[in-house]
Ligand binder design. Structure first.
Ligand SMILES: [Zn+2]
Length: 313
């Protein structure tokens, strides 16, 4: 009926441009939504996923990954996830399974293609030989779940994630493999440097709060001779602490390593009784603000350890 006036035509053209800018073609805009249980796994996914993925994590690096408070925001993110990466070995059993169910997202259910258990790629230590129990509340019933603290495992996990991303997004499979190759090259170079830095301290005896460091200790040659927790997940008891102090005196243990999320009262009293230095070592990416990726985690911890070992010769 009405002729379109020039002004209107201009407006329509501008609108079309604005829409194109806001909503680029599907193929360009589509990124895989990756949700990881921990920041370590999110960091590894980001290394190989580059700008083809959005990676986010639930447990923060300064939180105990065994005991995470489930937040409504987790549910929202899980609902939209294309891929969920978990540590596995029952690390998240206390908080994650109900979230996965409640998310109602069929893609990330444990038997679905968008569910990835990273433990399958890693070397797992302390695997139980007998029947599996959670005796006395042991939170490591299937083997030690803190396996990401060995850089060799980090490389293996990154490969597993790259393969999975390629499976979910075959068009970018070559991109993910190329990113993995590049990451692996940088990791091997960094590892050489870390190994050299830790070489003078091989065989040094330490005590840790939780059994978080067997993979780290194995890789870098540290000797973990005791734990402040009587069993993983069980708080310190006076009897166990007294025994540990005696053992540390006999073995000449001068460094106690604790995770940032434990109460420092018992470690400090052990330090006072034995003359050992108490060091807060980060078990995860995100444990401190500046530890923003997988490389910085080892940079940070190794610098800390060197300082502690040098000070307690
Ligand atoms: Zn643990």
């Amino acid at each position: 009926m009405h002729a379109i006036r020039p002004g209107t035509r201009m407006l329509a053209a501008l609108l079309a441009v604005a829409i194109a800018l806001l909503f680029p073609a599907e193929s360009q805009a589509k990124k895989l939504n990756v949700m990881a249980a921990t920041q370590d796994l999110a960091a590894l996914a980001q290394e190989v996923g580059g700008d083809k993925i959005e990676a986010d994590a639930m447990a923060r690096g300064y939180q105990d990954p065994h005991f995470v408070e489930a937040k409504p925001s987790f549910l929202l993110k899980l609902r939209h996830a294309d891929l969920l990466i978990v540590v596995g070995l029952e690390l998240e059993i206390g908080w994650l399974p109900p979230l996965i169910t409640q998310s109602g997202n069929p893609n990330i259910q444990p038997s679905a293609p968008g569910y990835l258990d990273a433990s399958q790629f890693a070397e797992i230590l302390e695997k139980p030989s007998g029947p599996v129990t959670r005796a006395m509340g042991d939170v490591h019933p299937l083997g030690n779940p803190h396996y990401w603290l060995d850089p060799d495992n980090g490389g293996r996990i990154a490969k597993g994630i790259a393969d999975k991303l390629g499976e979910l997004d075959p068009g970018d499979a070559a991109y993910f493999q190329q990113r993995y190759q590049d990451f692996d090259r940088r990791l091997k170079a960094a590892e050489k440097n870390w190994d050299a830095q830790m070489l003078p301290y091989r065989g040094r005896k330490v005590v840790t709060y939780h059994k978080s460091l067997p993979n780290f200790a194995k890789h870098f040659g540290l000797d973990v001779v005791g734990y402040i927790e009587p069993r993983p997940g069980i708080p310190p008891s006076p009897g166990h602490t007294i025994e540990l102090i005696g053992q540390m005196k006999r073995d000449g243990v001068k460094v106690v390593l604790m995770e940032p999320y434990f109460d420092s009262k018992t470690p400090n009293s052990i330090g006072a009784a034995t003359g050992a230095q108490v060091v807060v070592m980060l078990p995860s990416v995100g444990g401190e603000k500046e530890v923003t990726d997988y490389f910085k985690l080892f940079d940070y911890d190794i610098a800390l350890l060197k300082k502690a070992f040098d000070a307690t010769k």
